[in-house]
Design a protein around this ligand. Structure first.
Ligand code: 5SP
Length: 224
């Protein structure tokens, strides 16, 4: 599948969010990564469905990838679907019934994914592979931008890539946390095909140049 670059708006200038999202998409990004934190499941507080709707009302048409770091998770899903989310991912530890949460997301017309933290075992994938559109591996502990990539994620990516290939399904393998120009090649080589990057893109002066360099690094190892 075509590699996707998904800037995390957690590192954008929130006072100019519409313009920032427009700029990063004009700079070549594929997907808007939208981090939702509740100061309960993770120790930070960010944005909700109203902001997602505001981006749609502003004219953003690109897919919006909503990463829910909230507990409980089910009751906020319809609000995000109505607000224009395209993909909704959640953490299995934050759901009482993982299969039901996946079903709710699909019933509301969105793609669904599970997010695994650095210390969360892969067995959470065991009985739901046929219901996943995306698997997101966190390469930092969730809650904050600007952390360093945890190297053991590379082995985890390889293991999940094998599971996806064995499943015969087109499941996106997304990675999030500490993704930079300097490591995106080895991350792609390990099997990721959707790359969330916050500080690496939004802290740069030239978004287009960072995104193009990321694409070049991915292409150098995968040919795509
Ligand atoms: O979900 C999270 C953190 O919880 C991420 O999306 C970060 O926002 C990524 O930021 P960088 O590590 O790329 O700065």
């Amino acid at each position: 599948m075509k590699p996707l670059i998904a800037p995390s708006i957690l590192s954008a200038d929130f006072a100019r969010l519409g313009e920032e999202v427009e700029s990063v998409l004009n700079a070549g990004a594929d997907v808007v990564h939208f981090d939702v934190m509740d100061n309960h499941y993770v120790p930070n507080l960010t944005i909700g469905p109203m902001v997602c709707k505001a981006l749609r009302d502003y004219g953003i048409e690109a897919p919006i990838d909503v990463h829910l770091m909230v507990k409980p998770v089910d009751r906020i899903i319809p609000d995000f679907a109505k607000a224009g989310a395209s993909i909704i991912t959640f953490h299995p530890e934050a759901s009482e019934h993982v299969d039901r949460t996946l079903q709710i997301i699909h019933e509301h017309g969105c793609q669904a994914g599970l997010v695994l933290n650095p210390a969360t075992p892969l067995h959470y994938l065991d009985h739901v592979m046929d219901k996943l559109d995306v698997i997101l591996l966190m390469s930092v502990n969730p809650g904050f931008g600007g952390q360093s990539f945890i190297p053991s994620t590379l082995d985890k990516l390889k293991a999940v890539r094998k599971r996806i290939n064995d499943s015969g399904r087109d499941i996106r393998l997304e990675v999030d946390g500490g993704v930079k120009v300097s490591n995106i090649g080895e991350i792609a080589e390990a099997g990721a095909d959707m790359f969330v990057a916050g500080s690496a893109i939004f802290n740069a002066d030239d978004y287009a140049s960072v995104i193009q360099t990321m694409r070049d690094e991915i292409a150098a190892v995968t040919g795509s």
